[in-house]
Design a protein around this ligand. Structure first.
Ligand SMILES: [Zn+2]
Length: 345
């Protein structure tokens, strides 16, 4: 039996929930994780039509990129689409799980890696890495030191790299006899719980935990990479339109400079423009630009706005791929509903 919690556990090993932004509401929004999962629908938006699709296909788990509920709901009268989706999901025993900015922020198998792959970018790296590394200074008896190192290594297994790094600082005598070893453990934030449990499981270990300012190159916003061969700006934009299957690309003044380095961010990524310029990108691909914000390109870069839904549409495939790689024969459907609220004439 595959539980809803099993699917969620696997998704969260790829995109740990601690990496979601403060304003976000990713996670299980409706439903009981302990129930058996009868099938999954992956989508960008868990709209009413998607819930109906789940019912029709006998799937009791909807895995969406965008959380249907962002802020507190006070009434359930069915007046808004958000209330109706939640009510319908509860009534029909369908769980809704959202994997949002945590999936945006991971390097491997994240929203931006998927876009970068489709564009054929090489040498990709996170555009704005986050400072979310942690450090523990641990004192442990010589007899338990190896056990601790093994437990720390195990904590990182199956998780997003980088793993925890252990460095021996000093060796000293213990007041109660024997030898004490001082270790410095540096690890990504999502391993905090596992590292603390590893330390607590050993009778001789004591630790002080601190946040450090080192950035984690594998967690953060946006992505940047290089094309195999430089392209003329217009050729690049035309190819972009095809590769991302978009009906409209809004772009700023061309600079008569070949495109080699490409920065991108699925969804509303305007806040990364400075990082894109600093990274030496000739083009920044994202969505949700407002009129006045386009001026910020200011001859330094070409901004290409491909639309929010369009920039993230491949996340629907990505989510199905992630689930299938662990649960091979399981019923995973990509939604057939087009949830893009924007039409083009
Ligand atoms: Zn989005």
């Amino acid at each position: 039996m595959i539980k809803i919690a099993d699917i969620i556990g696997h998704l969260e090993s790829v995109a740990p929930p601690v990496y979601q932004e403060g304003y976000d509401n990713a996670g299980l929004i409706v439903g009981d994780a302990q129930k058996e999962c009868t099938g999954v629908i992956t989508c960008l938006d868990s709209t009413e039509a998607v819930i109906e699709e789940a019912i029709a296909k006998g799937c009791n788990l909807v895995v969406a990129h965008h959380p249907i509920v962002f802020k507190g709901l006070k009434r359930f009268t069915g007046k808004t689409y958000v209330e109706r989706v939640v009510m319908s999901a509860i009534r029909n025993d369908i769980a809704i799980y959202a994997i949002h900015t945590n999936l945006d922020n991971v390097y491997a198998q994240g929203v931006n890696a998927e876009i970068a792959n489709r564009l054929g970018l090489q040498n990709t790296r996170i555009l704005a890495p986050k400072a979310n590394m942690r450090q523990a200074t641990v004192w442990v008896s010589a007899t338990e030191a190896d056990e601790l190192k093994a437990a720390i290594q195990k904590a990182g297994e199956g998780a997003q790299s980088p793993d925890a790094a252990v460095r021996q600082l000093s060796v000293g005598a213990r007041p109660e006899g024997g030898v004490s070893i001082q270790l410095e453990v540096t690890y990504p934030m999502h391993l905090s719980g596992a590292i603390k449990r590893a330390v607590a499981s050993l009778s001789s270990a004591e630790a002080i935990y601190t946040s450090i300012s080192n950035s984690n190159p594998l967690v953060g916003s946006g992505m940047v990479g290089e094309l195999a061969r430089p392209l003329q700006e217009m050729s690049f934009l035309k190819r972009l339109k095809e590769q991302l299957k978009v009906s409209c690309v809004k772009y700023t003044a061309l600079r008569d400079q070949p495109i080699k380095t490409v920065a991108l961010c699925g969804g509303a990524g305007g806040f990364l423009l400075k990082s894109a310029i600093a990274a030496g990108a000739q083009v920044f691909i994202t969505a949700d630009y407002k009129y006045h914000e386009f001026f910020d390109a200011d001859g330094k870069i070409v901004i290409a706005d491909v639309g929010h839904f369009e920039s993230e549409q491949f996340t629907i495939d990505l989510l199905a791929t992630i689930i299938r790689e662990k649960f091979g024969n399981f019923a995973v459907h990509l939604t057939e509903v087009n949830t893009n609220p924007v039409n083009y004439l």
